[in-house]
Design a protein around this ligand. Sequence first.
Ligand code: NIG
Ligand code: FE
Length: 410
Amino acid sequence: MRATLVTGIAELVTNDPSVGSGLLGILHDAALVDEGGRVAWVGPATRAPACDRALDVAGRAVFPGFVDSHTHLVFEGQRSDEFAARMAGEPYTGGGIDRTVAATRGATDERLRTSLAARMRELRGQGTTTVEIKSGYGLGVAQEARLLRLAGEVTTETTYLGGHVIAPEYRDRRGDYIDLVTGAMLEACAPHAKWIDAFCEPGSPTALDEEEAREVLRAGAARGLRPRVHGAQLAEGPGPRLAVEVGAASLDHATHLSEADVDLLALAAPEDGPVVTLLPLVEFSTRQPFPDARRLLERGVTVALASDCNPGTNASSSMAVAMGIAVRDMGMTPQEALWAATAGGAAALRRRDVGRLAPGCRADLAVVGAPSHLHLTYRFGVPLVRGLDPGTCPDATLRADVDLNRRPEW
Ligand code: NIG
Ligand code: FE
C-alpha cells in the first residue's frame, strides 16, 4: 500500500489531546503519514518515518477536514428573493419550502446529480470532507427515495426528512400525510437512509407539531433510523425535549432554548444525549438572534457547528464563516469553534473515524493557507482552506490546489 508522508506542517490540529496540547491536541512542526486513506502515524517532523512519497505543505496549518453534519444539498432552484425580503424585515416561516419542493419534483435525476456534484466540489474546496445530507424536498414516496438515493451516491450520512413539512397536497388532511411518512414512504426510504429527521416547529404553519414529529421519529427509530431533530428554530418549543425523549443523536438549530431546555440537555449529555448543532449561518440569513453557545458548553453539552446549506434559510456552505460568527457572537473561543466544526460534527454523527487525526482515523485533511488555525476566524470570509487527500490526489493537483510550492504569506 502506498504511504504518503505529509511534512512542513507548522501546526497540526489532531483533536486528540493524548497526541498534542489543549482541546485541539495541537502539535507544532509536525508530520503525518497517510496509508490507503487512513492516518498511519502522526508526530514531530524530526521523528517521521520514511515513506514512498512525501508532500511538503510548506509551513501551513493542517486540521481534520470540517464535518458538516447538517445540510440539505439535493434540491433544484434558488430563493435569493426570499433572502432579500428577509433582510428587509420579512420573517421566515418555512413557506418557501413549497417552491423548492415544486422545482425539485420537476427536475430529472441527471440535473439533481449534476448540481449536487457541483455543491460537493464547493464544500470540499472550502475544507469540508464529511457531509450529512437530508431529503425533504420531495415529500412523496418515490420522490423522497430518489433524493436519498442521489445523496447516497456522495455520502454515507443520509437523513430521511419526509417530515420536513406537510406536503402541499395534504395540507387539509395532515394525519394522512403523517401516515404516509411513517408508512409507505418510510419503507421506500429506510434502505437509503441512516438517520430520520423532523422539522418540529409549531410556529410554522406547514412544519410538524410535537405529536406529528414524535410519531415520525418513533416510526423511524423502530425501523432502525436514529432520530435527529430540527427544533427551536423560530421560537421556544417542544423540539429540544422531544429530541431528548426519542434519544436523538442531535438537536439542530436550538436558536431559542429555555432554561428548562438547557437543564434537560445537560442532564442527558452524559447519557449519549443529543449533541446540540448550532447553525449560525441560518441566524445570519434569517435575521434571528445568535444562540448562546457558552451557556451550553458551561453545562457540559456537546456543541457542533454545521452549515445547514439549503436554498431557503442559508445558502452558504462556508464552515469557516460559521466558525467566525460563533466566535464573534456566540461566546465560543476560536479553539472551541474549530472543535465544534470538526470533532463536534463527528460527535453529532456518532463517528469516531472523522473529525480527528489520530492513527486509524480517515486521513481527511484540510490545509490552511496560513501557519495557524486562528487565521480561519482572524481572516473572516477569506477562502484560506482546502480539503486535501494526500493519498489519492495526483501531486500536480495537490500543488495547484494549495499552491504548495509557496510559503503562506501570513
Ligand atoms: O434547516 N427549517 C427547516 N428546514 C430548513 C430550511 C428549508 C427551506 O427553507 O428550504 C432549515 O432551515
Ligand atoms: Fe435544516
